[in-house]
Design a protein. Structure first.
Length: 355
């Protein structure tokens, strides 16, 4: 690569975070690899986790097409398809490739009933209060009975998803969801799974047979917790040009920054086309050759500008970390009114470099 813009992926950190998720949750834990492993590269992450110590118990993806490249590359762990089947083909592919399907609505039960073939493991999704997808608690027993009657269904398990597990000072909605889930599934045999990362870290009551770790694997804490996580992704570039602004000079599109003192500006080869958000305000942290500084001026498509005034030793070619071990991605997300998940998923155009 000649343009100095890349994203480093630390696979040892990913493995350590998976071990931390297993330790925090107990039992078994899905490593969630949807959306290309939250922008980290699903195949490389799956291979690293499949050979980690401890190895991943299983993986989870959003839809069937996300699972197929993992199978094609020889990943043998179970893979849970979190949104289940969109069409009959998906059930066929799930049977053929031994994918575990979520079923969250009656149409999916029909697709499963219409399928004749290799044994299926279905995870019934309970809407315990998030009111996005899932069967109402009072419909779970009937849905379970329909599946249990089918020769093509070898096992039925249960999951639910928590809407507010990251809000530690608002426990009541999570407690209500746990209660609704347990009531709906009370007398039914099968594995249970409730916890996303926030619940793995902060809700021991939500720990069941299986946890589902997403964001914590990638080293971004979804809530306050005593579990140490290691950032996996480091978004990096270099200073490729520099200039001085005199007092009163303004910088870039919309003159979003105006110098109130002589200001040395560094141009960084990173823009919103790479996934660094355009909405980033002046003063957002960056690390330059290890020293903390700040963004100034508006982020453009292919480049952005940082303040070098207080870093006289830093010049052309200096390495800039936009987020990673030195700059918490949660800080960048908060400055942009979003969450680390979205920043990670939006990385594009820059090559991934695995460490
Ligand atoms: C994405 C997802 C997860 C993982 O959530 P994190 O907050 O990233 O840990 C777990 N369960 C379901 C159903 C999901 O869609």
């Amino acid at each position: 690569m000649s343009r100095p813009a890349w994203v480093e992926i630390d696979l040892a950190a990913l493995q350590a975070n998976y071990a931390a998720a297993k330790k925090a949750h107990g039992g078994r834990v899905f490593a969630v690899l949807k959306a290309n492993a939250y922008g980290h590269g699903a195949l490389a992450c799956a291979q690293a986790l499949a050979t980690a110590s401890p190895p991943a118990d299983a993986f989870a993806v959003a839809f069937v097409e996300e699972a197929l490249p993992l199978r094609a590359a020889g990943i043998t762990q179970p893979i849970l398809v979190l949104e289940g089947a969109f069409a009959a083909d998906d059930v066929q592919l799930a049977a053929q490739h031994q994918l575990w399907l979520v079923a969250h609505q009656a149409q999916q039960l029909q697709l499963i009933e219409q399928h004749a073939g290799a044994p299926l493991h279905i995870w019934l999704k309970v809407d315990s209060g998030m009111h996005r997808v899932g069967f109402a608690p009072h419909d779970i027993a009937a849905a379970h009975a329909r599946l249990a009657a089918l020769p093509q269904v070898e096992k039925v398990s249960f999951l639910t998803h928590l809407a507010r597990a990251d809000e530690l000072d608002t426990p009541a909605p999570t407690e209500a969801q746990l209660h609704a889930f347990h009531t709906a599934t009370a007398n039914l045999a099968g594995w249970r799974s409730i916890s996303n990362s926030a619940a793995i870290l902060a809700w021991p009551q939500a720990h069941q047979d299986w946890g589902r770790a997403g964001i914590m694997l990638y080293g971004a804490a979804p809530c306050a917790s005593s579990t140490a996580l290691q950032p996996v992704m480091a978004l990096k570039s270099r200073i490729f040009a520099q200039r001085w602004l005199e007092v009163g000079d303004s910088l870039g599109y919309g003159a979003a920054f105006t110098a109130t003192q002589r200001t040395r500006v560094g141009l960084v080869a990173m823009g919103y086309a790479d996934g660094y958000p355009r909405t980033t305000p002046n003063g957002t942290p960056v690390a330059i050759d290890g020293h903390l500084s700040r963004t100034i001026g508006r982020v453009s498509m292919d480049m952005m500008t940082v303040d070098l005034t207080d870093l006289p030793g830093v010049g052309l070619g200096a390495e800039v970390q936009l987020w990673g071990p030195q700059v918490d991605i949660n800080t960048i997300a908060a400055a942009n009114n979003t969450i680390a998940y979205e920043l990670m998923c939006h990385i594009q155009r820059v090559p991934r470099v695995y460490r």
